[in-house]
Design a protein around this ligand. Structure first.
Ligand code: HEM
Length: 184
């Protein structure tokens, strides 16, 4: 089993980063969706918000790691039967997913800084505030964070539909190679 990618398939590092990101996005999105119904000023609510923020910062770190790993390593070619339009759609979807993996957490971090609540990353490190507290900006940033998150989830749905099409209709190895690390 290879750690690095090769022209034949994805390596273990890439696969772990991909699925860890997917799991963290699911968890952070679930918390983001439900936590706004929690009672305000309750200590448990604060803990839940901080968990959501810590997951977001972790997604940002993994995205940075993944980008470095991706640009500096080989990548497997798309299946030969994929039409040019499908390749282009996959390329645009992947690039947009990458952009949103940075944008959504950054907007969340700016939102909490504007509200003057620092991120205490899993109770281990209090992160610096990237901007000063600014109430008028807070609402705008919160809306932008929410919109970008919705766009990310919509793209994830499109991306999953693409993966299922590869598996169930095209019958190629695109999904399998994102699960089983390449040996050569
Ligand atoms: C939930 C968040 C997800 C994100 C943000 C995400 C993002 C990405 C990105 C950016 C790529 C491009 C390759 C790369 O990693 O550099 C990729 C590849 C891939 N993803 Fe996802 N993904 C997610 C979830 C899923 C799920 C749930 C599935 C399957 C049901 C899936 C299946 C695949 C497959 C099969 C590839 C490989 C494409 C290839 O070999 O060219 N992804 N993903």
């Amino acid at each position: 089993m290879r750690l690095a990618n090769s022209a034949h398939g994805w390596g273990l590092v890439h696969i772990v980063l991909h699925w860890a990101t997917a799991a963290l996005i699911g968890w952070a999105a679930w918390l983001g969706w439900t936590m706004t119904d929690l009672p305000r000023f309750d200590p448990a609510t604060f803990v839940t918000y901080n968990l959501h923020k810590s997951l977001g910062v972790t997604i940002l770190l993994l995205a940075a790691l993944r980008l470095v790993w991706r640009v500096s390593r080989k990548r497997p070619a798309p299946p030969p039967a994929m039409r040019p339009i499908e390749r282009r759609l996959a390329g645009v979807t992947h690039a947009s997913l990458f952009a949103l993996l940075f944008l959504v957490p950054v907007l969340g971090w700016l939102t909490t800084a504007a509200a003057d609540v620092p991120v205490d990353w899993f109770g281990l490190v209090v992160l610096p505030q990237p901007i000063d507290a600014a109430e008028p900006w807070r609402e705008w940033l919160e809306d932008a964070h929410w919109l970008a998150a919705m766009l990310l989830l919509a793209l994830v749905a499109l991306h999953v539909a693409g993966a299922l099409k590869h598996q169930l209709i095209d019958g190629d190895d695109v999904l399998r190679r994102m699960i089983v690390p390449t040996r050569e």
